[in-house]
Design a binder for this molecule. Structure first.
Ligand SMILES: [Zn+2]
Length: 191
């Protein structure tokens, strides 16, 4: 009798914990999908506000899609040849995907063959900040967004003229706006 009771309780507990497990799993998946599609939840994103953005890692985690967060805040690197911007020659401006800061113009983009979108010059001096990076036994210069300090990639001195620089940038942290659309937005704001 006693053994049977223990068995029953055991089975009940097991069933309960399995249910708990599948429940928490599905709710976190839903949350992730929602966050990744809802760009409005990023309250610091602006293509006009030039004030510096200072958020905690926890706050960034809440407002950035996970793939942007892992590169912008955790200094990750996307796999080579995976960015839609790697072979992409539309005319327009590239913005920081974390905060909307203008970073590069399409006329400074070039085919470097390195597997990541490459540019020879940023939009302006202040649009990018630099830091020495000694990780992986290499001496490199890290480039970050001048407004929110998102990690973007690295700059190397083997680029084309006129600068001789190659800004090797993770496409995941770039937002692109076509020049025509930019012009249209400008016109509608004027009216
Ligand atoms: Zn930024």
């Amino acid at each position: 009798m006693m053994i049977k009771l223990v068995k029953t309780v055991g089975i009940l507990l097991l069933a309960f914990s399995l249910q708990q497990c599948s429940y928490s799993q599905s709710s976190s998946t839903n949350q992730k999908t929602k966050m990744e599609t809802d760009k409005k939840s990023n309250s610091v994103y602006s293509r006009t506000d030039t004030n510096k953005v200072n958020l905690t890692e926890e706050e960034w985690k809440k407002i950035l899609p996970s793939e942007v967060y892992s590169i912008a805040r955790m200094k990750g690197t996307e796999r080579a040849w995976t960015s839609k911007f790697e072979k992409f020659d539309e005319i327009g401006t590239y913005y920081c995907a974390a905060c909307g800061n203008a970073l590069f113009k399409s006329d400074t983009k070039f085919e470097s063959g390195c597997g990541w979108p490459s540019f020879y010059e940023p939009v302006s001096k202040g649009s990018i900040i630099y830091a020495p990076d000694h990780t992986y036994g290499m001496e490199r210069t890290e480039v970050m967004c001048g407004r929110c300090k998102a990690h973007l990639g690295h700059v190397f001195e083997d680029g084309p003229p006129p600068t001789g620089l190659r800004y090797c940038i993770n496409g995941v942290v770039l937002d692109f706006e076509k020049a025509k659309e930019a012009e249209k937005n400008y016109q509608s704001k004027k009216q």
